[in-house]
Design a protein around this ligand. Structure first.
Ligand code: ZN
Length: 236
């Protein structure tokens, strides 16, 4: 065992029955060849949208002609930062500037910031998880932009709230998800959604500092990709 550092995996496992963004098709994988029949096993992913599970969004997601995945280096997708505890957050609740300001002394300008809403603890194919997650509001987006945050991560399906056609109980987000994405991208931020294991990082504390590494597949000219996310805590 390596005692110099510890690495925590902040990624969700991908499988056909996993919860995923409700308006997009489910993940599908099958065998193209099997060892018994063909001598080797080879799988083929027959359906995988780019916002599946733990994934990273790039500006091209909402801004036509802007930067895509392969415009970013490994350095762009890694760096120092902080995990902050915003639990308990309720169904469809907005995350505000006030929520983030509580942590202003712990956040350095230019940091990577990951938000633990607690939603990852109820991750399942329920309407609460799939439609009523807490989301970034306009004031929080302004605050993150002001602090020049490099990458924002969150343990819910999207940084913006659900605004799709399926009717859900409760108020819709005050501001469309697309607009929140646009505000963050225009501020030079990237976005990582549906991150896992932030509770293991925090271990009951309110803040944890460390180094993040986000590793999407290097797909040409895409607006997003599923990714592995690794966190190396500063305190051993
Ligand atoms: Zn996304």
């Amino acid at each position: 065992m390596n005692k110099r550092y510890k690495i925590i995996d902040l990624s969700n496992k991908i499988s056909p029955d996993m919860p995923s963004y409700p308006s997009l098709p489910p993940f599908r994988i099958e065998n193209l060849r099997t060892t018994a029949r063909n001598g080797t096993t080879v799988s083929i992913i027959t359906s995988m949208h780019t916002h599946l599970g733990t994934h990273i969004d790039f500006p091209l997601h909402v801004i036509p002609g802007s930067k895509s995945l392969d415009d970013y280096t490994v350095e762009d997708l890694s760096g120092d930062g902080v995990v902050i505890d915003l639990t308990p957050k309720g169904e469809g609740e907005e995350i505000t500037e006030k929520d983030l300001e509580k942590y202003s002394d712990h956040i350095n300008d230019g940091d990577i910031v990951f938000i633990f809403t607690g939603w990852s603890k109820i991750r399942d194919n329920t309407s609460t998880y799939l439609f009523r997650w807490p989301h970034i509001g306009e004031s929080a987006a302004h605050y993150l932009a002001k602090r020049k945050i490099k990458i924002l991560g969150i343990d819910v399906l999207s940084v913006g709230g659900w605004g799709g056609k399926v009717a859900v109980k409760g108020p819709l987000p005050k501001i469309p998800s697309r607009k929140i994405h646009e505000m963050l991208f225009n501020a030079g931020m990237l976005v990582v959604e549906e991150v896992a294991n932030l509770d293991k990082v925090l271990k009951g504390k309110k803040v944890a500092k460390g180094f993040f590494l986000i590793a999407p597949l290097l797909i040409k000219a895409v607006e997003a990709s599923p990714c592995r996310v690794f966190f190396i805590p500063s305190d051993l």
